[in-house]
Design a protein around this ligand. Structure first.
Ligand code: HSE
Length: 348
């Protein structure tokens, strides 16, 4: 199975690296169905003179689109514009698409799933929520045979890293953000990370999966972490809390309530112990009860590993249909939280 990687940034180069590091395991797993996974093209507008896979680098997407040997396109460009254009064209050309791109899935999921279904290909997005945490598969598999009623998560690695560094190590917001960028956690433009929009898109993906309909991320009230100061952490600690950036939702017959914002979380609560780039997702379903997912929420190799796992899913023909329709769910503001100072208190 020959594949093309679109975008050789943090995740795209990570996919090439993981395919090398885990070559034996990937070959064994994919090989169970007689397939191997080989990178034929790497598309990027930039030059990478030092790279050993030089012959694979191309700049023109049409080469990929027209090459019948390419069965899967790993879209790692990010954003909603070029990524959308290329993902759609790849699907129209009969190629499977895997992507870690939450902006693409949150904005265009329903349309692209319908198109993929029509063309008989898969659009998989395991890495789009929770980075390296195997989350989408179990969420769609075990939990969606039940009725998901509540979700609470730390869904942005960059924000959680910044808050941890400010709280535990007394770093300034600016220095912590700089480190998050250097570590490859933040998006090229970190506005979506610190402004809460990245977590909001991830919540909308989970809610779209849970409801089977489109939850538009623009409908979810969202606040970021930009205004949090050392004084806020001191105030939280004096009262037995820490500050965490949470994505919260309740799904009931009356509708979906959701909010993404900084919350005061009691010190000692499991959510308060999720540090640095780690993400966590707690969900409660009607008969399953509570489950919690935890792991690296961002970073090159964890995220790339999740992308590679989707490549293997396709090679093994083991893809669940994770889709939602274009029908839009009405989002109600999540209300009724107790407050201290200007912060909501998480009492889950
Ligand atoms: N910038 C994202 C984060 C990457 O920090 O969580 C993973 O989606």
């Amino acid at each position: 199975m020959r594949i093309a990687i679109l975008g050789y940034g943090v995740v795209g180069s990570g996919v090439a690296e993981v395919l090398k590091i885990n070559a034996a395991q990937v070959a064994k797993k994919a090989g169970e169905s007689g397939e191997s996974i080989d990178v034929k093209y790497i598309l990027d507008t930039r030059d990478f003179p030092g790279e050993d896979q030089k012959s694979k680098f191309i700049k023109n997407f049409e080469e990929i689109e027209r090459d019948p040997e390419i069965k899967i396109v790993a879209e790692c460009i990010g954003g909603e514009t070029t990524a959308y254009d290329f993902a759609k064209r790849a699907i129209l050309a009969g190629k499977h698409v895997v992507t870690p791109n939450k902006a693409l899935i949150a904005a265009h999921g329903a349309e692209l799933f319908a198109l993929a279904k029509e063309r008989g290909v898969h659009l998989l997005f395991e890495a789009s929520v929770g980075g390296g945490i195997p989350l989408i598969r179990p969420f769609c598999g075990a939990l969606l045979t039940d009725e998901v009623q509540e979700i609470a998560g730390i869904l942005n690695g960059t924000s959680n890293y910044i808050l941890t560094q400010m709280n535990d190590n007394g770093k300034s917001y600016d220095n912590a953000l700089k480190s998050a960028q250097e570590l490859g956690y933040a998006e090229a433009d970190p506005t979506a990370d610190v402004g809460g929009f990245d977590a909001c898109r991830k919540l909308s993906i989970l809610l779209s999966l849970a409801t089977g309909k489109t939850v538009d991320y623009k409908d979810i009230p969202t606040e970021g972490i930009e205004k949090i100061t050392a004084d806020d952490f001191a105030f939280a600690a004096e009262n037995g809390y820490t500050l965490k950036h949470l994505a919260i939702a309740k799904i009931s017959a009356g509708g979906v309530q959701a909010v993404v914002a900084p919350f005061l979380v009691k010190i000692g609560h499991p959510m308060s112990t999720v540090s640095d780039v780690y993400n966590a997702l707690w969900a409660r379903a009607k008969t399953t009860g509570s489950v919690m997912f935890y792991g690296s929420g961002a970073g090159k190799l964890p995220t790339a590993s999740a992308v590679v796992s989707n490549l293997v899913d396709i090679a093994q023909n083991a893809c669940a249909a994770h889709i939602w329709t274009a029908e839009r769910v009405k989002i109600l503001p999540a209300e009724g939280f107790a407050m201290k100072k200007t912060f909501r208190i998480y009492e889950g």
